[in-house]
Design a protein around this ligand. Structure first.
Ligand code: UDX
Length: 440
């Protein structure tokens, strides 16, 4: 089948590469000429396991191509994916400018029937807006050219995006007619084996499903973080509580890890966007606001713990930070707790020595000019001469470090652990003061 994907960000690139992997002819379109040039040579600009190999295989096999020509893309595909960004506006609402611009392009260049598929995370009602925009631009040609607009939100996790696409736990198809639903079933057949994972519904429900999933998960985390705060004050250990509640299958063990707050490109943005949508409908959604508020407070917790141990004024003091990415296996630092911590430490006059296994380049891009940041090429170098070590991301390589070496490098044997990766008894036996989240 011929597939066009407009937008080669996270979602678009993974979608294009995976659809090419199963044999489709995929053309990816992006306005960023530098990015397209890099992608044409198989150079993948994001850190995502298995993605470079898949992109290179697709290119070599002639199934995956990249272009900056949107007209060429729209002429190519029977399926046109819209996977451009929906960055939040000041007020938290999703900015649909790019999505609707692509809809306009489709209207201008469309010559035959197509299935337009919206993969970007968009507010409820966007499929309808996309349909209207295409029809408005098509004008009198609209009578001859039939097109469908399908809402098909993505549920991929950074760091596991390829695996999530190839083996999805569900494929949400928001569609208003049976014929389009059947075409989507055929397109997704290679990923829909063993048992049926297609869930077909109307477009607004599909659009809300995406927000509902992310908001549900964000709520689990914020509730755990709130309970962690209580546990700390009550002398209870949230890690024991976590095991205790997770054993109930109605609660489950997944996504109940307390920590220094959720980050990334989805949870913070989608919670805010849904909150904004609620206001648009004049509907009070106190839970959404609370989820966000708890997360903001949580991101400030590491700074508070450092201050409690070292005092308000950190002038001339150095703090080591392990983990800059918002979670392991990605170089993404969007809304990362590490950023809130480092910026707070700088305001208090501290120097930061930071290490991350893959996000160093990203850190350089964001904070390149920051004189109070020293990026270290290994985790021990970051500890050298520091008053404390703060852990922001639970990378595997931090789990069993050389504590003896760390103690000799740090000026004070102090660890503030934002991800509860150590057994407090073990770290204390190694001679450290250890402050974790929600643990006595
Ligand atoms: C998320 C959703 O999982 C995915 O389905 C959706 O399509 C996009 O948003 P992602 O942002 O890549 O994916 O990361 P995820 O692994 O879900 O983690 C989000 C954040 O929550 C991270 O900052 C992580 O550290 C935090 N988290 C996760 C916790 O603090 N505790 C947990 O128990 C789980």
């Amino acid at each position: 089948m011929k597939v066009t994907v407009v937008g080669t960000g996270y979602v678009g690139l993974v979608t294009g590469a995976c659809l090419a992997q199963v044999g489709n002819q995929v053309l990816c379109v992006d306005v960023d000429a530098d990015k397209v040039a890099r992608l044409q040579t198989g150079d993948v600009p994001i850190h995502e396991p298995d993605l470079p190999a898949m992109v290179q295989e697709g290119i070599a096999g002639g199934r995956l191509r990249f272009t900056t020509e949107v007209a060429e893309g729209i002429t190519h595909g029977d399926f046109l994916f819209i996977a451009v960004g929906t960055p939040p506006d000041e007020d938290g609402s999703a900015d649909l400018r790019h999505v609707l611009a692509v809809a306009g392009d489709i209207g201008r260049h469309l010559q035959r029937p197509v299935t337009v598929i919206n993969k970007s995370t968009v507010p409820v009602g966007t499929a309808q807006k996309v349909r209207a925009r295409i029809a408005a631009v098509l004008q009198d040609r609209a009578a001859d050219i039939v097109f469908d607009v399908v809402s098909n939100p993505e549920f991929l996790k950074e760091g596991a995006a390829v695996a999530d696409f190839m083996k999805p736990d569900r494929i949400i198809i928001g569609v208003d007619n049976v014929a389009a639903a059947e075409r989507m079933r055929v397109l997704y057949a290679p990923f829909n084996r063993n048992h049926d994972r297609l869930i077909i519904m109307d477009p607004p429900s599909a659009e809300l499903t995406k927000y509902a999933a992310n908001v549900m998960l964000a709520t689990k985390i914020s509730l755990m973080n709130e309970l962690a705060g209580l546990a700390e004050r009550m002398g209870a250990d949230i890690e024991q509580v976590r095991r205790g509640i997770g054993a109930d299958p109605r609660i489950g063990y997944a996504f109940i890890y307390p920590g220094c707050g959720y980050g990334g490109s989805c949870f913070p943005k989608d919670v805010r966007a849904l909150e904004y949508s609620a206001r648009q409908y004049d509907f009070d959604a106190p839970l959404l606001a609370a989820v966000e508020k708890v997360n903001d407070r949580q991101k400030g917790l590491l700074e508070q713990k450092v201050v409690r141990a070292l005092g308000e004024d950190l002038t001339g003091k150095t703090i080591a930070v392990w983990g800059l990415a918002f979670k392991p296996n990605t170089d993404d630092m969007r809304e990362a707790p590490s950023r809130v911590l480092m910026e707070a430490l700088w305001r208090r006059g501290a120097q930061v020595q930071a290490y991350d296994p893959v996000a160093m380049e990203e850190a350089r891009r964001i904070y390149g000019g920051e004189p109070a940041l020293r990026l270290c090429s290994d985790p021990y170098m970051a500890c050298e001469g520091a008053e404390a070590l703060v852990i922001c991301t639970e990378w595997q390589q931090f789990r069993s470090p050389d504590f003896v070496r760390m103690r000799s490098l740090l000026r004070q044997p102090l660890i503030v652990d934002g991800r509860n990766i150590y057994d407090p008894a073990v770290v204390r036996a190694e001679g450290f003061a250890y402050h974790a989240i929600g643990r006595p």
